[in-house]
Structure formats: C-alpha cells, structure tokens
Design a protein around this ligand. Structure first.
Ligand SMILES: NC(=O)c1ccc[n+]([C@@H]2O[C@H](COP(=O)([O-])OP(=O)(O)OC[C@H]3O[C@@H](n4cnc5c(N)ncnc54)[C@H](O)[C@@H]3O)[C@@H](O)[C@H]2O)c1
Ligand SMILES: O=C(O)[C@H](O)COP(=O)(O)O
Length: 632
C-alpha cells in the first residue's frame, strides 16, 4: 500500500515536570490528508470528493515526549511552531539529610533545593506535598504515610547511599513514585570501615584507648588475636563484601563467602570459596555481614545461628543492624559463643544509651560511619544528584530501584512508538462494550528483531496506561504499570512476530487484542472474538492501520469516528456533509474494506467532538450499519 500524506507537525511541551511516562503534551490535532491508491484493502479516496468537508484543522501537533523536557531543547529545536514556550516552574527538591556540596550544587543548577535536616516525621508529612523530589540517607523513614501525604506531587525519592530499607518501596511503586539510589560511591568506604573494625576489634583498640584515657595501662588485659591464617566468612558477597574479601586476602586471611545470588566466577577470581550458610558460620573465626536488610535476612543471625558458630567467633556488622537479633547477640556474648562483636549499625539508630549490646565490654561500636569518608560522601552526593535530576527530566535512571531499567539507547529508539502504544491502548478499551470486564490483553509486536533484541517494557507500560487510565482514576507510569495491571486483574501477554521491514525501525506494527469481551463496534472483532486494532508509526506520527480485519490508515490524533457501512458510492460525502453541517472539522478520512461492494469501514478523524444530534444523524444514514465515536 502506498499512502501519500501531508502533515504538519510541531512540538510543544508544556511541562518541565518529571515525565516518567506522564503524557504532558497538549492534545494533538493535525491537518493530515491521507490518500491510498495501490492497496487492495484500502479504497481509493479522491481529494476532490472529500475536500469540501476537509477544512483545515489546527496546524499544531503537540508531540508527546516521555523522555525529554523543553530544557533538553531536543524537541524545542525540532519545533516548527512560533508558539512561545511557557517556562514551567523549577522542580522542588527537599534534602532531608546532610549531602555533599558537589551534589547540592548540581541539584541547585536544576531545581529549587531546600535542605531541612532533622525534620521530625510529622514535619516531613506536613511538608512533603510541596516537593517533586526527596533526597534522604539512612536516617529518614520514607513510609507509606509520606508517599500518601505527597498527594501525587512527589516524583522521585533519591537514597544517597545503598540501603533502601528505610524507604517503603511497595508504597512508592503503588503510588507511582520512582526510587533511585547511589549504589557504588560508598562501597570502598564501607569495605575499609569493615576492615578497620575487624582489625581494631582483634586488637582491642577501642577498649585499650578508652582505658588509657581513664588513666589505666592494661597490657595484659588487651592481648589480641592475629588475623593471618584465620578464616573469615563474608555473608553477602556483593560490592562491599567483595572489597572486604579482597582486603582480607591481603592480610593473609582465608576467605570464604556465602551469597545465594553471587556468581561463582567473581568469587573464584578473588580466590574466595562460596559455601553454604551453615558451612560459613560453623567454620569461620570471623564473620563479616554484608547482605541487605530484607524480610528474608531480618534477624537471620539469632539464637539458633549463634549456636552453630565456632566458640569464640568474632562478628563484624557494617551492613544493617536488623540482620542480627540483638538480644540473641548479647546472650551469645555472655555465653562466650561470640568472643567479640564490632558493630557500625543497629536495629534502632541511634541505639538507646543503656543498650546492653552497646555497653557490652566485648563490643566495639561506631555510629553508622561506614559510608562516612569525605570521598564517599562527595561521590554519593553527585551520584544521587545525577540520578534525581535525570529522573526529574524524565530520563530513567540506571539506579532505579523500583522500575525496570531501560537503557538510554532503548529509550530513544522506542520514543516514537510510545505514543502509538498509549493511543492503541486508549482506543482498544473504548471499543469494549459496557459491562465487559477486561482481563486479558494480548500485544503483538511486528518487528524485524528477534525477542532478545526488542525491549518492550516501556511500550507495555504505555499500553497499560492507555487501557487503564480511561476507565479508572489510577495514574499509570513505568513504575506502577505492571503492579496496577496485576491489581486490577489485567493480564497482559506479549508476542513478537518477525516481519520483513526496514531494520532501522525496531517496530513495524503494534497490535492490541482484548479477549473475552463484547465490543461496541462489532467490526473490530476478529474471527476469534477478540477486539483487535493495529497501528504503525508513519513519519513520526502514530497511525491506526487496522480495525478488526479491516485495513484503514488514519493518524491517531484528536477524535475518531469508526463507521461500518455498505460499500457503495457517496458514503464519504453523506457522512462528511453531516459533520460539515455541524461545523465538525474532518482532519483525516480513510476507508477500508475486505470485499468490493460489500462492507467497508470508514475511519474519520475529527477535530471537534460531534454533538449527540450529529452522531444520531450519522446513525440514521441508511447504509451505516454501526459506528462508534472514540476520544483519543
Ligand atoms: N555501614 C554503612 O554505612 C554501609 C555503607 C554501604 C553499604 N552498607 C550496607 O551494606 C550492605 C551491602 O551493600 P552492597 O553495596 O555490597 O550491596 P550489594 O547489593 O552489592 O550486595 C549485597 C549482597 O548481599 C547478597 N544477599 C542478599 N540476600 C542474601 C542472603 N540471604 N544471604 C547472603 N547474601 C545475601 C546479595 O546477593 C548481594 O550480592 C547493604 O545492607 C548496605 O545497606 C552499609
Ligand atoms: O546503605 C548505605 O549506603 C549506608 O548505610 C550509608 O548510610 P548513610 O547514608 O546514612 O551514611
């Protein structure tokens, strides 16, 4: 099929706020005349027969960006419109804990930054709805209440560090708030602190220091133990654990590790043996904890596990206090199972003054200093500032904790299909007959690429958005799309079909099918009973190219009337006249049929929504068998 199209397109973004799939552009409208002369399925549409009804619509097409803002100027530079771009207000960023200056400078260059350290939970709840972004360390509890109090304003929470156990990720995801962290910049600092605690504990440095300052000279009491030749068990062989292992090897220790998810080759490369949990804790002289605090690791070190340890074991914890049952540790220390412990982290921070654990003479403590070196704090601040600014710009961060990470190259490649995906979802759901509960949606991507080379998560999220938003008050973005779909009992399956098309375009077509529902427009049903529509991107503009088994070709902009009629001369004119008389501007028209002089489908793009009377008149045209008005 060869189609000639005349289109005028300009881009106008109206919002600088986080985009994360929030479609912020004005409703598109376009003048786009589409002719077809060689398709079997598309009826030839002559301009002269329709031109009296094709008044020029508004010329601006507001392109939707889910990725960039005006500030990025990428879209602004493509604009052919002379419309002034309204400068949106700067994003607001709350920093609730001490952050390095370099990071603050970066944040200030992009948004309005307020540093309010030591806020109480009540104060945070009262203020949070003023901010687009919140940056925290481990001291701020970002609870469900905080997300709810944000009333949809909060777009991103940045955790300036690794551990995100102080952020309610489930609530963030449900409420569509992105959470990003800074996972790499404090690794070495934490590992060095672990080694510092290991060595100082073994040689009683803290206790000896305190005793001298108290006027004592206790050379016999503080005889230590050597590290060389001893077995160190690393529990959690991730970034910090690996760096501790590397350093401990340098001290001549025998290092083993337990981590159910760690790749064996990384351990092998460091000369570390990966072993089971029980083997690790029962053979080690020193046990160093480096796993995250999760429901699985919560109090994973308890009476039962201490009982399996070698008598006289020494424990270091620079991970999270919650992985240890602190009362059980006190008992193990009192019983001599654990000879010493060195702790940087606690279940409750700060721990109470009279904590038996903190006061225990065989325990060395530091106030959560693992990440606290000048270098690490500057690094973390920049890492989190970049991630938060990126998220506020609508880019997806590589350190997103609760959203799929879509690499930038995939994002830019899929950008044109993002609008198509949402429009198809929006259109498909409007074809469902009232009272039908949608449960199952199938998306078929026609692509030149095989499944491994086509990342469709972004498109699936947009189709979900298009389907769910018109029928609920949910606000869908990439963060909460899958969650919300699941919650609403919507199953979305995807299929990729290899097609012979230009290899430069990752996607040739997207088809959305909804099964087991009735349709307001029977012609949209396939033989298998599924509602089916298909679209393509043409010259950067999303087009509807198939309804049920009928081919059409209209750009997916403004509103659409789908009409099935007897395939006979004069139909376009009749319907066009009714619209023209009601001052409804036709922007597109396309007619598709399966068999000549039988039944045809007319897809008419209209700038204005026709009133009830006009729609009634269309329904009264004797050859019109069914029609539906769709709001795109
Ligand atoms: N004290 C501090 O200031 C400080 C600084 C940095 C990191 N941390 C904490 O250290 C921990 C590790 O940080 P990281 O950057 O190495 O994270 P990481 O994600 O790189 O490593 C964590 C490792 O723990 C493993 N793990 C998960 N569940 C486990 C289980 N049940 N048993 C054993 N291993 C398990 C994971 O597979 C992963 O390899 C985190 O809790 C982090 O919050 C503390
Ligand atoms: O998880 C982390 O990154 C560390 O625990 C550091 O926490 P902090 O930012 O509160 O020092």
């Amino acid at each position: 099929m060869a189609a000639t199209s005349i289109s005028s397109a300009t881009n106008k973004l109206t919002d600088q706020s986080p985009l994360l799939l929030h479609n912020t552009a004005a409703r598109p409208s376009a003048t786009h005349l589409s002719f077809s002369n060689s398709s079997v399925s598309l009826q030839k549409l002559s301009i002269s027969s329709t031109s009296r009804n094709l008044k020029s619509g508004g010329s601006a097409v507001a392109a939707v960006s889910v990725l960039k803002t005006v500030e990025g100027s990428e879209l602004a530079s493509k604009s052919r419109s002379s419309d002034p771009v309204i400068k949106p207000p700067k994003p607001t960023i709350l920093v609730s804990e001490k952050l390095g200056e370099a990071g603050l400078d970066l944040l200030r260059s992009y948004g309005d930054v307020e540093c309010l350290y030591n806020l109480s939970q009540e104060e945070l709840l009262a203020k949070i709805s003023e901010f687009d972004a919140l940056i925290v360390r481990s001291g701020t509890k970002v609870t469900r209440q905080v997300f709810e109090a944000a009333k949809g304003k909060l777009k991103v929470v940045g955790r300036a560090g690794v551990g995100i156990d102080n952020v309610d990720l489930q609530a963030a995801t449900e409420l569509g708030c992105l959470v990003v962290n800074a996972p790499t910049a404090n690794t070495i600092a934490a590992a060095e602190h672990g080694i510092a605690l290991l060595a100082s504990m073994a040689r009683n440095v803290a206790q000896a220091d305190a005793s001298i300052k108290a006027g004592k000279w206790l050379r016999t009491k503080y005889v230590g133990v050597s590290l060389v030749g001893k077995t160190l068990a690393i529990m959690g062989f991730g970034k910090v654990g690996s760096e501790v292992a590397r350093r401990a090897k340098g001290l001549g220790m025998h290092v083993i590790a337990h981590d159910p998810y760690a790749p064996a080759d990384r351990a092998r490369a460091l000369g570390v043996e990966l072993v089971s949990f029980d083997q690790a804790i029962s053979t080690a002289d020193f046990v160093s904890l480096h796993m995250p605090l999760t429901p699985t690791t919560n109090k994973i070190f308890n009476d039962a596990t201490f009982a399996k340890m070698k008598k006289g074991v020494r424990i270091i914890n620079v991970a999270r206090g919650g992985v240890i049952d602190e009362d059980a540790l006190v008992r193990a220390l009192d019983e001599g199972i654990v000879a010493q412990a060195a702790l940087d982290v606690f279940t409750e921070e700060p721990p109470s003054k009279d904590s038996k654990l903190v006061q225990h003479e065989n325990v060395t403590v530091t106030p959560h200093l693992g990440a606290s070196t000048k270098e690490a704090q500057e690094g973390v601040a920049v890492e989190i500032a970049e991630a938060v600014v990126g998220a506020l710009r609508g880019e997806l961060s590589a350190t997103a904790v609760n959203a799929p990470m879509v690499p930038p190259e995939v994002l830019s490649e899929l950008a044109p299909y993002v609008i198509l995906a949402e429009k198809l979802g929006r259109l498909a759901v409007q074809l469902v007959a009232g009272g039908s509960g949608i449960q199952s949606v199938k998306v078929v991507y026609g692509s030149t690429r095989d499944s491994d080379n086509l990342d469709t998560r972004l498109l699936r999220a947009m189709i979900t958005k298009g389907i769910i938003e018109p029928i609920s008050d949910a606000h869908i973005n990439l963060v909460n799309a899958d969650f919300t779909a699941k919650q609403k009992g919507l199953r979305i399956s995807e299929e990729k079909v290899i097609v012979d098309s230009s290899p430069e375009n990752p996607i040739d077509s997207i088809q959305v099918q909804i099964s087991n529902v009735g349709s307001k427009f029977e012609s949209a049903l396939l033989e298998n009973g599924n509602i089916s529509i298909e679209g393509k991107v043409k010259d950067g503009i999303p087009h509807l190219t198939r309804v049920g088994s009928f081919s059409v070709d209209v750009s997916l902009e403004g509103n659409l009337i789908l009409c099935r009629q007897v395939d006979q001369p004069g139909m376009i004119g009749q319907v066009g006249n009714i619209l023209g008389e009601s001052n409804v501007n036709v922007s597109f028209m396309s007619v598709g049929r399966t068999v000549k002089r039988m039944t045809a489908i007319m897809a008419i793009g209209v700038d204005e929504a026709p009133n009830k009377e006009t729609l009634k008149k269309i329904g009264e045209v004797s050859a019109v068998e069914e029609f539906v008005f769709l709001d795109l």
